[in-house]
Design a protein around this ligand. Structure first.
Ligand SMILES: [Zn+2]
Ligand SMILES: [Zn+2]
Length: 162
């Protein structure tokens, strides 16, 4: 439990944790950092990332921290059908996900129109709805290219990227 001073990212994570009313601990900071650095990562990926940072941390500790951060709203847990749970730090905007059926790649998709329109159910049956989950499934450009090389020779280029 040594006091550590690290980069800008770490202070941001510390501040987020403190602002959420949680005690700042090295595992919490490391896990939140890892979720920020690896959007949509599964638990194993996050454990590897945290270990490269903290060296010694148990699986259970990482699971516990993810549960605490998720409950505090600092981390969002998503469970694409057919995939293990994944975590991301982009919270509170009800964005959706593209999931590749072939390689499991996950990407963010903003709501199609305005702010969280999917929360307006056609018939809420009296529920107070606060979350809607939409998963778009299909093949990512890379996997489409592999399946049909003639289709999109430039499929690797991200039209919105760089
Ligand atoms: Zn794919
Ligand atoms: Zn996302």
């Amino acid at each position: 439990m040594s006091h550590q001073t690290r980069g800008v990212t770490t202070s941001a994570a510390e501040r987020l944790i403190r602002d959420a009313g949680l005690r700042v601990t090295a595992p919490r900071v490391a896990v939140l950092d890892a979720v920020h650095a690896h959007p949509h990562a599964d638990t194993d990926t996050l454990i590897r990332a945290v270990r490269s940072d903290l060296r010694v941390v148990s699986h259970q500790a990482v699971y516990d921290v993810l549960r605490v951060l998720t409950a505090a709203g600092l981390v969002r847990r998503i469970e694409p059908p057919g995939s293990v749970a994944r975590y991301e730090a982009r919270v509170g905007d009800n964005h959706h996900h593209l999931v590749c059926r072939s390689c499991g790649a996950v990407e963010d998709v903003d709501c199609a129109v305005g702010e969280a329109p999917c929360l307006t159910a056609a018939d809420d049956r009296g529920y107070a709805i606060d979350e809607a989950e939409v998963v778009y499934r299909g093949l990512c450009p890379r996997c489409r290219g592999a399946a049909d090389p003639a289709a999109h020779p430039a499929a690797d280029l991200d039209p919105n990227g760089s």
